[in-house]
Design a protein around this ligand. Sequence first.
Ligand code: CP
Length: 312
Amino acid sequence: MKHFRNIHDVNDIPDLVMKGVRLSKDIQAKIGQGKTLGLIFLNSSLRTKMSTQKAAMNLGMSCLLVEATSGWPLEFEDGVVMNADRPEHIKEAAAVLSQYCDILGLRAFPSLTDQQKDYQDYVFNQFAKYATVPVISLESAIYHPLQALADMITIEQHKTIAKPKIVLSWAPHIKALPQAVSNSFVQWSRAMNHDLTIACPEGYDLSPEIVGDTPIIHDQRTAFRDADFVYVKNWSSFEKYGQVLSKDKSWMISQENLSVTNSAKVMHCLPVRRNVVIADDVMDSDQALMIPQAANREISAQLILQEILSEL
Ligand code: CP
């Protein structure tokens, strides 16, 4: 694997997921010895920041971290007169970071105001264009592949039948959130040939290109019937780009909402706002898989780093 920008960098998704299921965290083969991973976070993170560093340590790599507040504000547009408040161009920044690091990772959230630019993954791709070493996505404007890989591993570990019914459900939130986690979950779940349904209110259908022929049901109770897994996530509207069209509390995931499921396991990438997105009675139940999911972020990061290191 040369890069890990999105699902298209992976040849065989089911094979990669099963490698993740088999992977041990305390790997002894220090394939990363003498190599350096540079992680650039333009947005907040807890899990990605920690799990990716831990994965690199497992492989014997050194880690360098740049956070938005500690670097110079970056200009991403080519050919501009840089006379405003961004003193460093991504062209130099990515090239310079490539001198210090063998692999680079970037987190760059969307604007949620310019759909065309966000869906070109403009910021992430400008970074990848000017980096001269392999790059991995730590969540871009439209994809979060390390999360999706961890989610697929978690489903494999917890499923009790060969083809469980999985529902990706929108849930309310107080502000507009990106579609990246949901987009990647749908892409990877389709690549795993899951029995997937999307439940969301009218106006919240994800990009048709991402969704393909996945059934979309605008009634949560109908979608939840006999579900084995419910993956919960808020996202802002794709159609009315970046807007919050609903804060309907009846979509919050509670034991009452789950009563029609097959005692569904509940997943969420975290962070989650308790009693806004998911109720305490679900978060604190045996059905909640958020902590094993977060643990698998270390596995997914280690697996991807190993794949890239093996080709350096
Ligand atoms: N799920 C996830 O990516 O968490 P962080 O935003 O804390 O990294």
